[in-house]
Each structure stands twice: as structure tokens, then as C-alpha cells.
Design a protein around this ligand. Structure first.
Ligand code: SF4
Ligand code: SF4
Length: 382
């Protein structure tokens, strides 16, 4: 029987504080289109007696881990973490969704969930003058991440970031083919054993290389290094200062080290990635970079900052087709961006970039709006 001991589960996660107000479900973007109902999940755990049955709870895989439920809860209950913990209990019993299984196996074998070879990881930088961190050391480790290392649009973002940081005189290096997945999505998919093993491997490598400061392209990598690594024993020694690249660029602009000689004269609207905004409160820095670029006219969507609509790319949902594949949230988001009259939909997350790109194609809106990362826009104005 696939069940959790509900009283202990509820106690350990503070679920008894829940007053069943329903604000979590009211804000949950996936509740609009699937059976996912965070309030009801908590209610059922609380009334379950000793055992809560997880059999057939397919809606648990619909959660994007966007954190809207947690940010709206007046009692600081975190339904998202309860859902991730339920996924862990399912995965522990070997009941893994087939797509998830492939992504997890590839992460274990290839160091990325994309089924792509380790030896191709550093190819994106082969013509660039970027230091090999392991050989020369540098002030910063540029942790690139899986999507920017392998995906063609992600690679453009990584290259744009290199040109921006080089023009600002930042001393940084990369790990190339030795870089390994950060394991953020492994954790959200509930594979605790693999997560711990990968944290141990990465933390050990960072320690050996004496990494003191690092920055990431992806808010998911940033979040897991900043908030999750030190919470488990294997990563307890990991103490590097971690920044998202938008924080670096905002600081470089303020210090006058990053200068734009060109311009980007377009109307731009900005989509807040969940793992940058709601998870980590980084709302201002990407906007400071955009508004610092000559020519950019920044227009806000109604749902921005804390109210931003999730693109549906987090929580492992890049690989899981949920219980209602219908209209992806990214398509709704692109429609919201189009309503502002923006010519460019900017974001600062590789997953958002891919889901929004896909949505623009699905809506045949390529002539009306382009999806670009903040780094790409900034690099065009150098
Ligand atoms: S918002 Fe918080 S208190 Fe209200 S139902 Fe959800 S978890 Fe319970
Ligand atoms: S994290 Fe987001 S998708 Fe998951 S239950 Fe909370 S609001 Fe819904």
C-alpha cells in the first residue's frame, strides 16, 4: 500500500496550522486546469487518521512548484513542500512516471536530464575566450547549467552573458565538461537519494576547486545552491556566495563597470520567473538591467512581480505531461504579454525561455512578439 503516516507527516510540515481558507488553491495556477487542489490535499491528510493513501494521486505531478500557494498562505503553511514530500514517498516505492524516470536516469548517467553526452557540455563555449576554472582559477565560477549548455536558445543566452561580463572586466571561469547538473529538478521530482548523491559530488568538487563566489543563468540552479544544498548533510560544507546573473549585471551597472554603447529601442514586458521572484524575492534587479539599457521601454503586465503567472516549466514539468496537457500556462502568459503591446517578452530563466518560445510558436505569434532573455537584450546594446 502506497501511503504516508499522515499525523507525523502533518506535524513535521506544520500542516496543523492550516485554517482551510483556500487562498493556496485560489492562487494555484494549476488548479485552473487540473485536479490539483493544495487546500484539499492538506484537508485530506488532516482527516486521514493514521494513513493517507497516495495511490492514484496523479495530480501531485501537476504541481509546478511555483510557490504561489506558500506566498499566499496567511499561516506560513507550505503546500508545495508537502506535495514534493508526497512525490518523494511515491518515488521511494519505485512508482515513477515514465518520462520522469528517463530524465532522472539521464541525470545520473550523463549529468543532465536531457539524454545528451557529458562530453558535449562545454561545446557552447569552444570559440569563446573563457577561462577553465579548474586550471586557472578565477574570482567567480560561472555555473552554466544544463539548458544553457545544450539548448540552442539557452546557449545564446550563455554567450550573451559571457560578452557582457567580459566587457565589464569580470574575472570568471567555467567547468566545461566537468560541470554536473545542479539537481534542482531532481529534488522537486522527489528523488531524494539521487539529489543527495549529486549534492555530495558537486559540493565536493566546488570545495576542491576552492569556489568562493559563483553565479548562474538559471534561477533554478541559483535557488538550489542558495537554499537547498546546505540543508542536507552532504552539502553542509557548501558555503560559496551564489548570485543570479541579473544581480551581477545590476551591480555592474550601478558601479559603472557595465556600459552600453548601443541601444535596444523596443517595447519590452518582463515575465518574472517563479524561482527568481516568488522563491527568492528578486524582482527589482532584472528590471534595473532592462531599464538601464538605452531605448528599452518597459511595460508591466497586470500579473507581475509576486502576482506573476507561472509558465509551467518548473517542478520537473519540462518532462512530465500532467493530467491535463491542454492549454499550457505559457500560452496564457504570451497572450497577456501581447495585450500590453510589447514587441519583446523578456525573462531571465532558461525554462521560461523555452516554454514561452514554444507558446509563441503555438499561437503563431512570431511576427508580433519575440521571447528574449534579459542577457540577450543587454548584449545587443553593448
Ligand atoms: S492558504 Fe494556508 S491556511 Fe489557507 S488553506 Fe492553504 S495552506 Fe491552509
Ligand atoms: S507550488 Fe504552485 S502549482 Fe504547486 S500547489 Fe502551489 S500554487 Fe499550485
Amino acid at each position: 500500500m502506497l501511503q504516508i503516516e499522515s499525523r507525523t507527516f502533518a506535524k513535521e510540515r506544520g500542516l496543523f496550522a492550516c485554517v482551510q481558507c483556500g487562498k493556496c488553491t485560489g492562487g494555484c495556477p494549476m488548479a485552473m486546469k487540473t485536479k490539483l487542489n493544495p487546500r484539499a490535499i492538506i484537508y485530506r491528510v488532516l482527516i486521514a487518521g493514521n494513513g493517507f493513501n497516495l495511490e492514484g494521486r496523479d495530480e501531485l505531478w501537476d504541481c509546478t512548484t511555483c510557490s504561489t500557494c506558500y506566498s499566499r498562505c496567511p499561516k506560513q503553511v507550505n503546500p508545495m513542500e508537502a506535495i514534493v514530500a508526497m512525490r518523494s514517498a511515491i518515488v521511494e516505492k519505485g512508482k515513477i512516471h515514465p518520462n520522469v524516470k528517463t530524465a532522472l536516469e539521464s541525470t545520473f548517467r550523463n549529468g543532465n536530464p536531457l539524454k545528451l553526452p557529458r562530453e558535449d557540455r562545454g561545446l557552447w563555449a569552444k570559440d569563446l575566450q573563457v577561462k577553465a576554472f579548474a586550471e586557472t582559477g578565477a574570482e567567480y565560477l560561472f555555473y552554466v547549467g544544463c539548458t544553457p549548455s545544450y539548448d540552442p536558445h539557452g546557449q545564446k543566452v550563455a554567450r550573451a552573458l559571457v560578452s557582457l561580463l567580459q566587457s565589464a572586466g569580470v574575472d570568471f571561469g567555467i567547468l566545461g565538461n566537468d560541470e554536473n547538473c545542479c539537481s534542482s529538478e531532481v529534488r522537486r521530482l522527489g528523488e531524494v537519494g539521487l539529489f543527495e548523491a549529486m549534492v555530495e559530488e558537486n559540493a565536493e568538487m566546488f570545495k576542491e576547486l576552492n569556489v568562493q563566489k559563483m553565479f548562474t543563468v538559471s534561477p533554478h540552479c541559483f535557488n538550489v545552491f542558495k537554499n537547498d544544498y546546505h540543508t542536507i548533510e552532504a552539502g553542509a560544507t557548501f558555503g560559496a556566495q551564489v548570485q543570479h546573473y541579473t544581480q551581477m549585471l545590476a551591480d555592474l551597472l550601478k558601479d559603472g563597470r557595465l556600459k552600453f554603447n548601443g541601444s535596444f529601442a523596443k517595447k519590452v514586458t518582463y515575465h518574472d520567473p517563479c524561482y527568481l521572484g516568488k522563491h527568492n524575492g528578486i524582482f527589482d534587479e532584472p528590471r534595473e538591467v532592462l531599464t538601464g539599457i538605452p531605448g528599452v521601454e518597459l511595460i508591466e503586465m497586470d500579473r507581475s512581480r509576486e502576482k506573476s503567472l507561472c509558465c509551467e516549466g518548473g517542478g520537473g514539468r519540462m518532462w512530465v505531461e500532467g493530467t491535463n496537457p491542454g492549454t499550457r500556462l505559457a500560452q496564457l502568459r504570451v497572450k497577456e504579454a501581447l495585450e500590453t503591446g510589447a514587441e519583446v517578452l523578456a525573462t531571465a530563466c532558461p525554462f521560461c525561455l523555452l516554454t514561452l518560445d514554444e507558446a509563441v510558436k503555438h499561437l503563431n505569434a512570431e511576427e508580433k512578439i519575440r521571447v528574449l532573455d534579459v542577457a540577450e537584450i543587454a548584449a545587443q546594446a553593448l
